[in-house]
Write a protein that binds this ligand. Structure first.
Ligand SMILES: [Zn+2]
Length: 137
């Protein structure tokens, strides 16, 4: 399946990890939503996000590798790539952007947002976790 996904990320306490070339970024304890897309094998991409040990390639890898960070929920939608930035724009209306995060290849302000809840993602047309995905610690 190809599509767009939103990771709902829980940051367990205030942290300031190094996010690749972006340098150190402060994250307040709380929930964040990250939007990404996979043009093939969405399931595999999502499984990769759930692994703690991995080569860090995307900005999000630096965040999810942190030990106080967990992926709480995953939403997805079958779609083409442009839906990724459309979703980022929608998220910017409900969340606070972490500037320049995850958007090196587009003109968005960010693809990561601090959010208060995530129920609204259903209104954006997203479904919950694909059944093939197994959460692991
Ligand atoms: Zn974008």
């Amino acid at each position: 399946m190809k599509g767009v996904y939103v990771l709902v990320i829980s940051v367990g306490k205030n942290i300031k990890p190094k996010i690749g070339v972006l340098g150190k970024i402060g994250f307040k304890k709380g929930l964040y939503a990250y939007v990404g897309s996979a043009q093939n094998n969405l399931e595999k991409r999502i499984s990769r996000h759930l692994k703690k040990r991995k080569k860090k390639f995307w900005h999000i890898d630096y965040l999810t590798a942190n030990k106080v960070v967990t992926i709480k929920k995953i939403y997805y939608k079958k779609s083409n790539k442009k839906e990724e930035c459309i979703t980022a724009k929608k998220l910017s209306r409900v969340g606070v952007p972490v500037k320049n995060f995850g958007c090196s290849d587009c003109n968005c302000e960010s693809h990561l947002f601090k959010i208060r809840d995530y129920e609204f993602l259903r209104k954006f047309g997203f479904a919950e976790t694909p059944p093939v995905v197994q959460f692991t610690d």
